[in-house]
Design a protein around this ligand. Structure first.
Ligand code: AMP
Length: 113
């Protein structure tokens, strides 16, 4: 399958991985928008949030638990951080393998652009 995030998960192309286990992989975004910008993905190829099914509840939960732990490791737990899934064209989704953005380390504005 020609999916860049599947290839990162499989170790076929390089990435700065910060966590991985049998189900999920986390790595630093190649074009960070903040001092901390980590992408947390399931190894399973799921194209968009629209494609989630009830059986994915546990893996989606695990993405968030990994984000919580990585935020703590990055020193963001008390400062604050943002977790984002972009879904579809108007949200600017560019890679069609779901990924949870963990963004922090600077003051983030709201609403997002
Ligand atoms: P999204 O707009 O939510 O689909 O975000 C895709 C993100 O993937 C962007 O922030 C990109 O900078 C990031 N990205 C694309 N290719 C790579 C890569 N090879 N390694 C790390 N991050 C990547």
């Amino acid at each position: 399958m020609d999916c860049i995030f599947c290839k990162i998960a499989a170790g076929q192309i390089p990435a700065k991985k910060v966590f991985e286990d049998g189900e999920i992989v986390a790595f630093r975004d190649i074009n960070p928008v903040a001092p901390t910008h980590v992408l947390i993905i399931p190894r399973e190829h799921i194209e968009t949030i629209n494609d989630l099914e009830p059986g994915h509840a546990a893996i989606v939960g695990r993405l968030h638990l990994a984000a919580r732990e990585l935020a703590r490791q990055e020193g963001l737990a008390e400062r604050g951080y943002r977790l984002v899934f972009n879904c579809g064209p108007e949200a600017g989704q560019a890679v069609f393998h779901i990924h949870l953005h963990l963004i922090g380390g600077r003051k983030l504005s709201w609403p997002p652009g």
